[in-house]
Write a new protein. Structure first.
Length: 182
């Protein structure tokens, strides 16, 4: 049994959480609204200021997904109240990014600009042309889009050029010249 699943989820003021038909949890707040379908064996007890995820011991899949769905419901509540954000940095001479319509256009050392379509529900901003800020209410969507953008030019280990997360540290390798003469 998951220890994390037993902890209650605190619902901030201004957030409305309710159960819809067929085991769907719906959350509504200042950032927007989201819903999540629960599997058989998982249920949610809603109090005015907190949520408690409950597991049916007899359901085969219930115990395995208990902690997972508690985290997903917590992300649902946090997303509609505060939102999620990922920051990416472009490191390299001439590397820059800009938003054109519903596309993110990246100049990352190729002979052509790389265009990445921005998914519905995300907001993308560029600061100074070398920093990309991705915000949204769905944690999975924000993280997946950030990973997609990073995969266009991941940081390489010799000079460190590429697209990386803002807080990411890239360990640099010693090149051929450093091992010469031994």
């Amino acid at each position: 049994m998951s220890r994390l699943g037993k902890t209650p989820i605190v619902v901030p003021k201004g957030i409305e959480v309710k159960m819809a038909e067929a085991g769907v949890v719906m959350a509504k707040g200042p950032k927007g609204a989201q819903s999540l379908k629960l599997p058989n064996g998982i249920s949610v007890r809603i109090d005015p200021s907190e949520l408690l995820v409950e597991c049916d011991e007899s359901a085969k899949l219930g115990k395995g997904f208990y902690g997972l769905y508690r985290s997903l419901i917590n992300n649902l509540v946090v997303g509609v109240s505060k939102g999620f954000e990922k920051r990416l940095a472009l490191i390299g001479v001439g590397y820059r990014a800009e938003v054109k319509g519903s596309n993110l256009v990246l100049q990352i050392g190729f002979s052509f600009p790389a265009e990445v379509p921005i998914p519905e529900g995300l907001k993308v901003l560029t600061e100074k042309g070398t920093e990309i800020i991705i915000t949204g209410i769905d944690k999975h969507l924000v993280g997946q889009f950030a990973a997609t953008v990073r995969s266009k030019r991941p940081p390489e280990p010799y000079k460190g050029k590429g697209i990386r997360y803002k807080d990411e540290r890239v360990r640099k390798k010693a090149g051929k010249a450093a091992t010469k003469g031994k």
